[in-house]
Design a protein around this ligand. Structure first.
Ligand code: PEP
Ligand code: MG
Length: 890
């Protein structure tokens, strides 16, 4: 049987591999502190393996575990010299739950477990303080009833208020009879209203608390958190119990938090705070005196009730052990110092980067270690635009800064409207009272989210941070009238379509679309990126089609364009007209005529992209989406198009109907369009070659365009399209009297393309995995409809992560690996990349590194994240390789 109970005391702790996994963060941490001979209260942790044995069945604690727990308590009684239910010096416990990662929603700490109607008086005598003992007992009853019996804390408050009104007992803290009467009321309430009792036997209290703590894993908040952070349901909880610190409330007592560094500057010096008299006493009413640790160190150490030098030494020792800035929660009980918990110091993304770079400068860690220290996703905080502040900024309201960055857009009041307006290419800010899971699709398309209610952990905040959108929550001064669809800021009334700006870093809501500034990517950030670029193997390109995107991506360090979706270039103004004319033309001649109008637009777009990328690779994808996406929708648009083209509205309507498909994503799209209408490819290829010559002349750097054919499943599809491209190349070469080097390749988006990758590679210069479509096609799940049920799948643990965000390694990933192997067998030096959304996702990037892809391509804002994630993946892969070869050698 696996070991279930792991004990710890200063100088000794039961060891286990992968401590956080087995003992939870708190249990693992106390074991670490104990093993470093730091002063911790003695205790033990019930491991996650016990949760697995017990929790899965939901039938209470198995007898074997109960037996182990009894042994653990006996051990603790021996170590502390205190006994559960003792006649003197009763053993009291603090009980905490934790998992391998932070887990909001699970059971909170239960303090003073072991108090009952008798031991409360023993404690009162021991401390010569009845009020303190009874307050502790009251708090224990409330925690027990809340956790085990599901009681509402406000019920107990009401009882106490009534009691106080009737008797005024709390004004006399020494009034033991008054306290007993209150506790009696609590017992009566538990019996009558909750149909239960608070056990008087400490062991029984403990078993109940452990069982309820295990159950709390299924709390909806915890489940939602796991779902959002991709933590598997099987991870499980550990329960840690340790002896209470006694006499924690007298003049020589208190609690504090110390940091090993000044987080703002990164400089090494102990900082933090200590609250004198903030033990359990403070929680129940004693006003603390707050002392600044850095001030105390400057000649006022005497004011600290324990040995400040000892605390400093402990904190330094921990920093040296962890090799990173740490924060330490400590307690002083009657002059004696205890460390309660330590962690790598929490910090903002900016502070994290500064500290990592500083530690490298001090020689404390190497570049690789610094790279591994930073969560790539956290860089998001540093990459978002900020507001350019001027005197005429009109602040409509202030709320919580819930997700960083600033954004402007038109107000929309529903997720549906957000989708509709953004589909027309306009930026929107989704404004809701608060958001629910049904709003997620609207949040995805919005530039930012504003909720009138909520805080920094409300649904909107958590989701917005997850998807990297600015968000402001809880703007109490704004009023949302859902009936009139208006937003009221004092006398100012805003309606849908009015523009606002939100600043998710300051919490401000500002009238109008304010100018935004790009983030500064210099200093420590740039240094960290240099470390990353030295360490990574894979290239990082960007998905971009507008000059603005291409420029931002370059500033973020993109090494080229991995996907230019040309269809996006056909929507603006005149272009959509010519596009519609082309689609609606009755024959090839009509199509060619319309395409000739599009040629100059395409060419100038490409010239601009090539110039911005100045010699870096640019991969241009031929037209991909089903044609009806470009067609007029609704009667008025049809009438407008008919007038423009000087044909009957009926004819337009007929053509639109003829082009409609039952399953457009499986229909007439991708290279199928090129095969039906080769003239489209010819014009696109011409635009690319002519632009390459022009931009090459302008920048002096030869452009080698990479032309990508979408949705190929058959080698002959690629043969057909490539022949057209080659033909146009010959024409342009003859016309211009000069030749452009170019590559032709394909996306791998269909299972058939994977299976035939070896033969397709015979004609392709490169492959780029289109993991959006590949995921859709492999799962048979429509990428546009998946949100409706994938969240249920994740809640039920059927899938752990959204496969459209993080590549499904076992299915889609396996296919990618097969295609890579087959492609390289045919053409060892074929260039292989990925351009689906997963290309910017750190977990997916780790997989692409293992699979040996040459580069990833992602949206501009994810480029630095991808650079860092690629570096981390390369470092980890190298270390794993070295580990393997060492094992083989020995
Ligand atoms: C893909 O399918 O992964 C891809 C990049 O193409 P799109 O998203 O344009 O279909
Ligand atoms: Mg695709």
């Amino acid at each position: 049987m696996p070991k279930r109970i792991f004990t710890f005391r200063r100088g000794a702790a039961d060891r286990t591999a992968d401590a956080a996994e087995a003992l939870g963060l708190k249990g693992a941490n106390l074991a670490l502190l104990a093993s470093l001979d730091l002063p911790v209260p003695p205790g033990f942790t019930i491991a996650t393996s016990a949760w697995r044995e017990a929790g899965a069945k939901g039938e209470g604690l198995p007898p074997t575990l109960r037996g182990d727990i009894r042994d653990g308590i006996e051990w603790l009684e021996g170590v502390t010299g205190r006994r559960f239910d003792g006649d003197e010096r009763p053993l009291l416990l603090a009980v905490r739950t934790s998992a391998r990662a932070q887990m909001p929603g699970v059971a909170e700490t239960v303090l003073d477990l072991g108090l009952n109607d008798r031991t409360v008086d023993v404690l009162a005598a021991e401390l010569s303080d009845a009020a303190f003992a009874y307050r502790s007992y009251r708090r224990f009853i409330e925690s027990y009833a809340g956790l085990v019996l599901g009681a509402d804390p406000s019920d107990f408050e009401e009882i106490a208020d009534r009691e106080q009104e009737e008797k005024g007992w709390e004004t006399e803290p020494g009034d033991v009879a008054g306290w007993r009467a209150l506790i009696g009321r609590f017992h009566a309430f538990v019996e009558e209203e909750l149909g239960s009792v608070v056990p008087q036997t400490p062991l029984e209290q403990f078993m109940d608390v452990v069982e309820a703590s295990f159950r709390s894993w299924r709390n909806p908040v915890a489940m939602a958190h796991r779902h959002l952070h991709g933590i598997p349901e099987s991870a499980g909880l550990a329960v840690t119990a340790h002896a209470m610190i006694f006499n924690e409330r007298n003049a020589k007592s208190g609690t504090g938090r110390a940091f090993s560094r000044d987080l703002r500057s990164g400089i090494s010096r102990v900082t933090g705070e200590f609250g004198l008299g903030t033990g359990a006493g403070a929680a129940i009413g004693v006003m603390p005196r707050r002392l600044d640790l850095a001030d105390l160190a400057n000649g006022r150490a005497g004011e600290f009730p324990a040995d400040l030098a000892e605390l400093t030494a402990h904190v330094r020792r921990l920093e040296a052990h962890v090799g990173d800035a740490v924060e330490v929660d400590f307690m002083v009980g009657d002059g004696e110092l205890f460390l309660m918990q330590s962690r790598v110091a929490r910090r903002s993304a900016g502070e994290a980067v500064r500290i990592a770079v500083e530690l490298v400068g001090e020689g404390m860690i190497g570049e690789e270690e610094a790279i591994l220290r930073i969560d790539p996703a956290s860089l998001d905080e540093l990459l978002h635009p900020t507001i350019e502040r001027g005197p005429d900024l009109v602040v409509l309201g202030r709320g919580m800064p819930a997700s960083p960055g600033a954004a402007s857009g038109e107000i929309v009041f529903s997720a549906e409207r957000a989708q509709a307006v953004s589909a027309e290419g306009r930026a929107v800010i989704l404004v809701r009272s608060e958001t629910t899971p049904e709003d997620i699709h609207g949040m995805h398309v919005a530039e930012g989210v504003l909720t009138i209610r909520g805080g920094t952990t409300s649904h909107a905040a958590v989701v917005a941070r997850g998807i990297g959108k600015p968000c402001v929550t809880g703007v109490g001064s704004l009023r949302l009238n859902t009936e009139t669809q208006t937003l009221h800021a004092g006398a100012r009334v805003l309606k849908a379509g009015d523009r606002i700006t939100i600043d998710g870093s300051s919490g401000e809501v500002i009238d109008g679309a304010v100018k935004l500034m790009r983030p500064a990517l210099t200093g420590d950030f740039a240094t960290l990126m240099e470390f990353a670029d030295r360490a990574r193997r894979m290239g990082v390109r960007t998905n971009a089609e507008t000059p603005h995107e291409a420029r931002s991506a370059r500033a973020f360090g993109a090494e080229g364009i991995g996907l230019c979706r040309t269809e996006h270039m056909f929507f603006e103004g005149e272009r959509i007209r010519a596009m519609r004319e082309m689609i609606l033309a009755p024959d090839e001649a009509g199509r060619r005529e319309a395409l000739a109008k599009l040629l100059p637009y395409q060419r100038s777009d490409f010239v601009e992209l090539f110039e911005i990328m100045a010699g870096l690779p640019v991969m241009i994808r031929l037209l991909d989406p089903p044609l009806h996406e470009f067609l007029p929708k609704g009667e008025s648009e049809i009438a407008e198009t008919a007038a423009m083209l000087e044909i009957g509205a009926e004819l337009v309507a007929q053509r639109v109907a003829a082009l409609s498909e039952f399953n457009p994503m499986l229909g007439h799209r991708g290279c199928r369009l090129a095969i039906s209408y080769p003239e489209i490819v010819e014009v696109q290829a011409r635009a690319i070659f002519e632009a390459a010559i022009e931009a090459g002349d302008a920048t002096g750097k030869a452009v080698v365009p990479e032309i990508m054919v979408p949705l190929v499943g058959l080698r002959k599809e690629l043969d057909f399209v490539k022949a057209r491209i080659d033909h146009v190349h010959r024409l342009v070469t003859a016309e211009r009297g000069r030749s452009v080097d170019y590559l032709v390749g394909t996306m791998i988006e269909l299972p058939r393309a994977v299976v035939r990758a070896d033969t397709i590679a015979e004609v392709a210069d490169f492959f780029s995995f289109g993991t959006n479509d590949l995921t859709q096609m492999v799962f048979g799940i429509s990428r546009d409809d998946a949100a409706n049920f994938l969240s249920t799948y994740m809640r039920q643990g059927i899938v752990e992560r959204d496969p459209f965000t993080t590549v499904d390694v076992d299915g889609v990933g396996e296919l990618i690996a097969i295609a890579v192997e087959k492609a390289r067998r045919t053409k060892p030096d074929i260039s292989l990349g990925v351009c689906g959304e997963q290309g910017g996702d750190p977990a997916s990037i780790a997989f692409f590194e293992q699979t040996g892809l040459d580069y990833v391509s992602c949206s501009p804002f994810r480029v630095p994240i991808a650079r860092l994630a690629a570096a981390q993946s390369a470092i980890r892969a190298n270390r794993a390789l070295k580990g393997r070869s060492r094992r083989q050698d020995s």
